[in-house]
Design a protein. Structure first.
Length: 138
């Protein structure tokens, strides 16, 4: 994004991921849910289980990129493809956390839900800021 001169997009990715990190830490401390017993002798992470950080970060990153990129694409088919890929990668990451036994399914769903709200809030804030900039210029 920086190479292509899209500083606003790069800044939005940084804001989205930094906010996701802060929200994930706050939610994990607030709920303090113990992790399930891991499968396959997989080592358990030391953090709390709820919400799934992997699901939260995947949905924030890929969802945020899909919002940014699909807004610049004219083709409806390409836009749909971007969203299918973003959602597919996010689902696989979340399912892997349940498969490994390091999260309950509700942890993953909560990560997805929190990320959806966070990405929507960042996108809404960006749209409001863009609208205000356009009104000042006009």
């Amino acid at each position: 994004m920086l190479v292509r001169g899209w500083r606003r997009g790069a800044a939005l990715v940084v804001i989205t991921m930094a906010g996701a990190g802060l929200l994930d830490a706050l939610l994990k401390q607030a709920f303090a849910r113990v992790r399930p017993a891991a499968f396959f002798n997989y080592p358990l992470p030391v953090s709390h289980s709820f919400p799934s950080g992997h699901a939260f970060f995947a949905a924030s990153f890929f969802g945020g990129l899909a919002v940014l990129i699909s807004g610049r694409v004219r083709s409806k088919a390409l836009r749909a493809g971007i969203w299918v890929v973003a959602i597919g990668i996010t689902l696989v990451i979340g399912l892997s956390r349940v498969y490994l036994g390091v999260h309950y399914p509700s942890d993953v769903l909560a990560g997805y839900a929190a990320a959806t709200v966070w990405v929507a809030a960042v996108a809404f804030g960006d749209r409001v800021a863009s609208h205000r900039r356009r009104r000042r210029v006009a």
